[in-house]
Design a protein around this ligand. Sequence first.
Ligand code: AMP
Length: 542
Amino acid sequence: MHGLMQNHPLLISSMIDFAERHHGEGEIVSRRVEGDIHRSNYKTLAARSRQVAHALDGLGLEFSSRVATLAWNGYRHLELYFGVSGTGRVLHTLNPRLHPEQIAWIANHAEDSVLCFDLSFLPIVKAIHSRCTTIRHYVALCDADKLPADSGIPGLLSYEAWMGAQPTAYVWPIFDENSASSMCYTSGTTGNPKAALYSHRSTLLHALAGALPDALSMSARDAVLPVVPMFHVNAWGLPYSAAMTGAKLVFPGPAMDGKSIFELIEAEKVTFAAGVPTVWQMMLGHMQAGGLRFSTLKRTVIGGSACPPAMITAFNDTYGVEVLHAWGMTEMSPLGTVCTLKNKHLELEPQDKLRVRLKQGRGIFGVDMKIVDPEGQELPWDGKAFGDLLVRGPWIISAYFKGEGGSPLVDGWFPTGDVATIDPDGYMQITDRSKDVIKSGGEWISSIDVENIAMAHPAVAMAACIGMKHPKWDERPIIAVVKKPGSTVSRDELIAFYDGKTAKWQIPDDVVFLEAIPLGGTGKMQKTKLREVLKDYTLPGL
Ligand code: AMP
């Protein structure tokens, strides 16, 4: 017997409709590329998203066409979030921090039809547009009078002229909630980047669960600052959860330095902020140097890589801001766990409480987790046993875009590549990363890419890249190299060899020459052993 309730599809357009009707005056404040502060609200956002919808229809784009963005966090990017997905097209947020070669490869792989970009990314677009074979329309996110005359991009449109001329009335189409809504590429450990393709249903359910009190606890009384970029897994779903709750949104634009972020938090009375540890490190440094205090910030969600204990202590003890340590992945939309305390933890001594807060947290509703041994046997939730972490749920990937890499699932579970413990209260803690990707400033650096470039040097016999702890960037890559017999290459020559072959921040900080790199039984490099060999190593300048 079926239930007798109405069967409305879970569509992204419903969130913007809701925000407009119930929170029309809810503010959306953006620091723009131009440097000024722009003020909007949900009513205007909804109207302009509908203008975007008309403008996209005008380009004759089919359902599921990919509309790419190269943009900072701001109101125009948000309009595209709703305008693109609301019409059944797929928002593809490109990561401008990648090397232009990679961006072009990804845009071609996704078969993007349109690229909307902030003017600060014009040099990237100029560099790649002749290689982007599927993009038919380029839209600069600016007023008509800011459009550069000599852009070199044929038919370049001004966003404001393009969408501003459209009517604000539009009826969002109704379609299957399992239709794709947005996509995000993740640079895995092997091979080319792969895309997670989110659906309307997965996005809406993820935003709903993310807003719950024991997750990110969002409400109309909050002013939310997503420092996490909108090109990183949809800014952890915050734009959607905000529309769903009517929370004020504050966008930092390109100004991610400690001073700018602090000033924005104070000026806009931000209560809740979200970002990777690197960003908070810069902000805390700025505050400590100037003896500054927060007047409104209550909590901050920190994730993307492990949050250092000193950061949790600084926020909690010095500034009275609750840290929510969170864990997730591109393949998980991204929220998996959030570390919110239970009643029993409130009585704990500060040191014991910190031990709980350091964990990545408990699974939010909708995310099922387990840890397994190398044979796939489930391990106990005792806080001691550690094993491969697997997850499943309605916003967790079932396959990569275009079926790349075959099915990633094992008996219906997605292997995260992380190694973790889970305690009897359900708090998961990452103990290691089974993959060797290096996390620098919240961005991935593929150790294999770094190694491949070194291996292309004629004097290099073998190269292994590992991440070394760095106080500001979390990790920085170094490359351990074995030279070919009789060949010579210096540290500086090898570093210079990377110029032009990869993005600057992906170039290793140092080269260590070794007689041999530890190998395992099957001839694979053993990076854990390599770390032991380099245990006394410190990065240059530290
Ligand atoms: P991404 O797909 O770029 O979001 O990266 C996902 C990976 O980042 C996870 O598999 C973890 O290895 C790592 N990660 C994310 N959040 C945390 C965290 N709070 N602590 C430790 N590692 C994390």
